[in-house]
Design a protein around this ligand. Structure first.
Ligand SMILES: *[C@@H]1O[C@H](CO)[C@@H](O)[C@H](O)[C@H]1NC(C)=O
Ligand SMILES: *[C@@H]1O[C@H](CO)[C@@H](O)[C@H](O)[C@H]1NC(C)=O
Ligand SMILES: *[C@@H]1O[C@H](CO)[C@@H](O)[C@H](O)[C@H]1NC(C)=O
Length: 230
């Protein structure tokens, strides 16, 4: 009886040595952790994938936390596990924004991944529907405020004049600040009179919105000076 066991060992041992590292019992180790993601609200892709993979033997199983709270993956069409990665279907800014962590567990224990931030690039519509008229004396300078709507992600700005399909071209008299979106016009001429509309674009969100027009008028100098003299 003992002899038989010894024989079995002698036969089996070389095979056991051939076994790869993965088959030796060990706790989970991450091979892929989730990274920060900025999801575009204008994106055609209806799913976000937060990556997570771990090796371990026995094979690990996975859980996820959002903002430190366990996500219920069982009763939801919103979430799906792809291996260890978390797929979020039809992402919503309000519900899904936050910090995510992956947990991998086997009989040896549980490991917790790095924190991955999920952000949403978006650009809302302008809140204001009308802008009050700006009046300026001929030859003076004026600033037209863009006042971009609520957003996440870098913005770029342009202006249109009346119904001209072309953007207002910057020149020695005209300047568009890419910091604020404001349009600066120096030495105003009668031909500058009209409606100015700010166009805001968020490349990351793949969205573009148009503000309400601001009418620019020339101020009647004589009358205001006459009134001041009284
Ligand atoms: C997630 O993993 C897939 C497959 O390995 C890879 O193509 C993709 O770039 C990863 N995404 C991120 C955000 O790391
Ligand atoms: C998660 O945290 C973010 C940032 O603090 C917060 O905006 C978001 O509402 C939180 N989400 C949930 C579901 O608690
Ligand atoms: C500016 O807009 C107002 C209101 O929409 C309109 O009545 C006016 O004719 C416009 N002016 C020009 C020069 O297009």
């Amino acid at each position: 009886m003992e002899m038989m066991l010894l024989w079995k060992l002698i036969i089996l041992l070389p095979f056991m040595n051939c076994n790869t590292e993965e088959d030796t019992l060990h706790g989970p180790i991450f091979t892929q952790e989730p990274y920060d993601i900025t999801y575009s609200m204008g994106s055609a892709d209806p799913e976000i994938l937060l990556n997570c993979t771990a090796k371990g033997y026995p094979l690990p199983y996975y859980r996820w936390k959002q903002n430190g709270t366990d996500i219920d993956l069982t009763m939801s069409y919103h979430y799906r596990l792809v291996g260890g990665s978390l797929a979020i279907n039809n992402p919503h800014k309000k519900q899904d924004i936050g910090t995510y962590q992956c947990l991998a567990t086997n009989s040896f224990g549980t490991i917790l991944s790095r924190k991955a931030k999920l952000q949403f690039a978006y650009l809302e519509n302008f809140e204001t529907k009308t802008r009050s008229t700006v009046s300026v004396r001929e030859g003076q300078g004026v600033v037209l405020l863009c006042g971009p709507p609520s957003h996440y992600g870098d913005l770029s700005y342009a202006w249109i004049f009346n119904n001209n399909p072309l953007y207002v071209q910057e020149d020695s008299r005209r300047f568009v600040s890419q910091e604020t979106g404001n349009l600066y016009i120096a030495k105003v001429e009668p031909s500058d009179v009209g409606n100015y509309t700010c166009i805001v674009a968020n490349t990351k969100a793949e969205q573009r919105v148009q503000g309400p027009p601001t009418p620019l008028l020339l101020r009647n100098d004589d009358r205001s000076e006459a009134q001041l003299e009284c």
